[in-house]
Design a protein around this ligand. Sequence first.
Ligand SMILES: [Zn+2]
Length: 163
Amino acid sequence: MIMGKVNNISVLSDKLKKYLLEKSLRQTPERMALLEVVTKLKRRFTVDDLDALFSESNFKLSRATLYNNIHLFENAGILRRHKISSQKACYEVVYSDEPLSCYQEICTICGKIRDFTDAEIAQHILARKSRFFRPEYFSVQIHGICYGCLRKMKKEKQKNINQ
Ligand SMILES: [Zn+2]
């Protein structure tokens, strides 16, 4: 599995180089550094996360450059953008052209988001045929209360009973 990801990183690098060539754009060190950073992250990230990472590194990428290149990576099919109503947009690396599914458990109290995948549900949903639409990915949001908040609520309740 890890080997697969390593190979995919060179695939992504080739994909980016090809895209830049097609669009007559330069293969700048900043763009290659951004690719390296996003492929090293094993989770979803926001522009703020990248900003923080770059401010610690030797590369000084301005916020505008960061935004421009993230947009470019999106168009190149390297990054996928997720936006959940009031939350900040977050991004993830697209390691293959397979339709990707994303599930999120969102706590309605503290706002914590947990990502997980379920290949079985994905297969089921994406098998749905449509003549007028080509599904590429989907996202499911499950709203509820996280264990941390549940525990806190239970404690509060206990406190009230004891008083
Ligand atoms: Zn919570």
